[in-house]
Ligand binder design. Structure first.
Ligand code: ADP
Ligand code: MG
Length: 278
């Protein structure tokens, strides 16, 4: 890593530089650059298949990059093992161990890593308190609702005490009411923890309500990166303008002739278009 890279990435929690990812001949990500600040809640938003999960998988180290580099806390982790990256990921389909209790599920990774029992107990208790799972610690997954199970899945990540949390559509399998409730909880969790969070969703309401900044993706590229207000009120291109907002924004197809613009029944003069008038 050269010094330029160190300096550039010092303030960022996660930096992606020139990321390309190909699956065989299919080019899924193309020259993607992204900086996520320390303690920022960044949402990757886009329709299905645009490459959101692939970006997360690259950050997590679950796939090999075709080109580019990834930095976490200023360290080049491009070729680091997932477990050495200081990240944890919560998936859409949360596979809990059915034979284990909530407590067992949450502590499993720590027990596997050989952590001392007292430390495990402290961490599980803290995560259970934050996620309001304390009354459920002795239950098994079959006796939990979908929302409770997803909270356990988040708890599993929480106990690991990582710098960066990656969420891949964690609420997509839940019904609308639960989704709204858990959205509020995730926001609260973020405010309490202050960790960097990178959150993937195709749901623009989720993105608008959770994000400090949103990266709108299409076809493996970022179409716009900005605050929810910027994305909503000042879209930089037609794709973002069309994608964000319900009902969708209307477009008019104006015709230019000289210094006049015609659209529908309207015909207006815009002097500087013609180039003749200052
Ligand atoms: N293992 C894979 N092999 C081949 N193509 C893949 C693989 N994983 C994902 N893709 C393709 O890459 C594109 C982006 O996928 P993904 O990142 O999962 O999109 P998103 O999460 O935005 O829905 C899709 O077109 C998908 O079909
Ligand atoms: Mg996905």
């Amino acid at each position: 890593m050269n010094m330029q890279n160190v300096v550039e990435t010092l303030e960022a929690s996660v930096s992606i530089r020139g990321l390309d990812l190909n699956f065989g001949v299919v080019n899924v990500l193309q020259g993607l650059d992204l900086d996520v600040a320390q303690g920022e809640f960044l949402v990757l938003l886009g329709s299905s298949g645009c490459g959101k999960s692939t970006v997360l998988n690259c950050i997590a180290g679950l796939v090999d990059l075709s080109a580019g580099q990834i930095f976490i806390n200023g360290q080049n982790v491009t070729w680091a093992e997932p477990s050495d990256r200081g990240i944890d990921m919560v998936f859409q389909s949360y596979a809990l161990y059915p034979q284990m209790t909530v407590e067992g599920n949450m502590s499993f990774g720590l027990r596997n890593a050989g952590m001392a029992r007292a430390e495990i107990a402290t961490r599980v208790a803290k995560a259970a308190k934050i996620l309001q799972l304390e009354p459920l610690l002795k239950r098994k997954p079959a006796a939990l609702s979908g929302g409770q199970r997803q909270r356990v899945a988040i708890g599993r990540a929480l106990v690991r005490d990582v710098d960066v949390f990656l969420f891949d559509e964690p609420l997509s399998n839940l019904d609308a009411k639960l989704r709204a409730d858990l959205r509020v909880e995730i926001k609260r969790l973020y405010q309490q923890l202050g960790n960097t969070m990178i959150y993937v969703t195709h749901d623009q309401v989720e993105a608008m309500t959770l994000a400090d900044r949103i990266a709108v993706m299409k076809g493996g590229k970022i179409m716009q990166l900005g605050t929810p207000d910027e994305i909503y009120n000042r879209p930089q291109n037609l794709y973002v303008a069309d994608f964000i907002g319900a009902p969708a924004m209307n477009f008019i197809g104006p015709r230019l002739h000289g210094d006049r613009v015609t659209f529908g029944e309207h015909d207006i003069c815009i002097p500087h278009l013609g180039g003749g008038v200052e």
